[in-house]
Design a protein around this ligand. Sequence first.
Ligand code: FAD
Length: 303
Amino acid sequence: MVNLSRDFFIALSNNKFLNKNAKRWGFRLGANKFVPGTEIDEVIGVIKKLNQAGISCTLDHLGEFVFLKEEAIKAKKQILYTLDRIYVEQLDCHISVKLTQLGLDINSAFCVENMLEILNKANQYNIFINIDMEDYSHYEPTLEILKELRKHYENVGTVIQSYLYRSKGDLEKLKDVRIRIVKGAYKENNEVAYQTKDEIDREFISLAKERLLGHSFTSIATHDHHIIQELIHFINENGVSQDRFEFQMLYGFRTELQYKLTKEGYNFCTYIPFGTDWFGYFMRRLAERPQNINLIVKDKLYT
Ligand code: FAD
């Protein structure tokens, strides 16, 4: 069994040289198991199939480490085009974006400008835009930009990571905002984040329960069946209405469970990344669950 550590894959995910060059390689290392295409037209069929099974989707046009304005503008145009395609094809699908892809590391006002353009079109099409949460150095700027954007548009929300000590307090301030709850995918130090699985899981459950008793929509994003079971129990006990929440998982992970939860009547949303910028995303998935590399190795041997 291949046994590589979380820190190793997180370090690779942050390697700018590898991220840049991986775009030229095409899919390697079995990444297509988790990233179903490089162009929107390649993934439309995947979305339609999921929609037919009653699963909605959120699309992420992959991209990070953007430090040039022209690259951020290109990313924005691709997202605008993706919105057009979702609308024309009448897909049950919203969009997830990363602010660093849209200029957050260049200039905050420029990033807001790009986001307003995206939100304007998404609003016309009645499509929700989720701002993914990145590492802690971008946390505060992301929440500030969200606040600014919500002065103009309501079809925007973000992500709260249960590994951060401050998440409970921040969630209080985001009572009216659609939120996705996750454990957190980056390496953060013990000044800001819980370090053990038990603490992070406990906090996830506590944050999710608080949201489920509130009034805004919540996406419960985890592959952890123990957590899902505990929350389903809580939902039934408290008569939480089905239209107030959904479960979310990443494309390529626990597909059977995704279909099972949908068949049981829960709202379900699959997060689908696409594009050439697959390296950082893929390495973070290996960091979360190094066993994923064994699945890929097996695939390579047997197919
Ligand atoms: P883990 O802690 O990885 O796993 C817990 C347990 O679940 C495992 O011990 C195992 O028993 C079971 N399990 C997990 N995966 C599998 C599998 N493939 N097969 C079988 N059993 C399995 N992070 C961010 O920081 N920002 C974001 O914006 C963000 N968005 C996300 C969106 C979605 C839809 C999802 C699902 C995750 C997102 N993440 C994001 C990543 C998240 O923070 C976690 O890093 C990631 O989901 C891994 O944690 P987990 O809750 O899935 O369970």
